[in-house]
Design a binder for this molecule. Structure first.
Ligand SMILES: [Zn+2]
Length: 295
């Protein structure tokens, strides 16, 4: 009697027209690189992509992310950023696919985000650069709105390809994620890295993309931002000269401009920032993916 009840109970589930294939083999194989993920890291998701798929995407922390044709045929790849303020915890990364017959498959992988120990830095700057007058404050607000709108824009085409490169050779003079206290006031954490280099040193594109912004801002000085597709942007700040125009298509290693000290800066350096779908990521984390991103 008990057995019969169980069978009858299961029948409605086996017949549910959800498009899910009950008992069929799930064709998705998913891998994540690197194996250890910390706050401020980017990670690569690589999945097998059987030829008969009609759609595929990933999900992390409730947000969808695109998966595009990978370096090897039959694979799809995507980059996922873990914002520097993400709570260290266990999360699930999920890949969802539909085949041409309308059947959907999903595959989840547990992803543990570890804590990064960000440093604290105390800086003293001239009051005129910190306590902003109303006119400057208005300018700063306008500029930050422009950046926010840019990063929220949709850019579907994937333009990056293969490994990321350092935009300038130079010693690290400002680490990523440093909690800054300027003239005794706590400010936003440092959302990029500073690379010290002589004024005029060439600055190159860290990967393929399109020039999304060329401007001169109060804090960031002469600035170039590249859009690489899928919500990934790279930023090059405090330049002395800019050699590209908005809309131009650039490839890995193309000249963008030259190192300078424009904007709020204490000496010639490049501020290199990376953002992916709003998550602020350590640029060095992109370089650590090199061995997994061969063409
Ligand atoms: Zn910086």
């Amino acid at each position: 009697m008990k057995k019969l009840f169980l069978v009858l109970y299961l029948i409605p589930f086996l017949l549910l027209p959800t498009g899910k294939v009950v008992g069929a083999e799930n064709p998705l194989r998913v891998e994540v690189f690197p194996k250890g993920i910390r706050q401020g890291d980017v990670f690569l998701v690589r999945t097998s992509a059987p030829a008969a798929l009609s759609s595929i995407h990933g999900e992390f922390q409730g947000k969808k992310f695109p998966l595009a044709q990978g370096a090897n045929t039959g694979t799809c790849e995507g980059l996922v950023g873990v914002d520097l303020n993400t709570k260290p915890s266990r999360y699930e990364m999920k890949v969802v696919a539909t085949d041409r017959g309308g059947h959907s498959y999903s595959k989840g992988l547990p992803c543990k985000v570890e804590k990064t120990n960000f440093a604290v830095q105390k800086l003293t700057l001239p009051r005129s650069m910190v306590d902003l007058d109303p006119k400057t404050l208005e300018r700063v607000n306008r500029e930050s709105k422009k950046l926010k709108a840019l990063f929220e824009g949709v850019q579907t085409e994937t333009l990056w390809r293969g490994a990321f490169v350092r935009p300038v050779e130079g010693e690290l003079s400002g680490a990523f994620g440093v909690r800054r206290i300027i003239n005794g006031q706590t400010k936003n954490p440092h959302s990029g890295i500073d690379l010290r280099a002589d004024e005029g040193t060439p600055v190159v594109a860290c990967n393929g993309g399109r020039v999304a912004l060329v401007d001169e801002f109060f804090f960031t000085g002469k600035s170039v931002i590249l859009g690489h597709g899928g919500g990934l942007y790279s930023m090059y700040f405090h330049l002395s000269e800019i050699g590209v125009s908005e809309g131009a298509r650039v490839h890995t290693g193309d000249l963008l401009g030259r190192v300078g000290s424009t904007g709020r800066s204490t000496g010639p350096h490049l501020h290199w920032g990376m953002i992916i779908r709003g998550a602020r990521i350590d640029p060095l984390s992109f370089l650590r993916l090199t061995k997994h991103l061969q063409e």
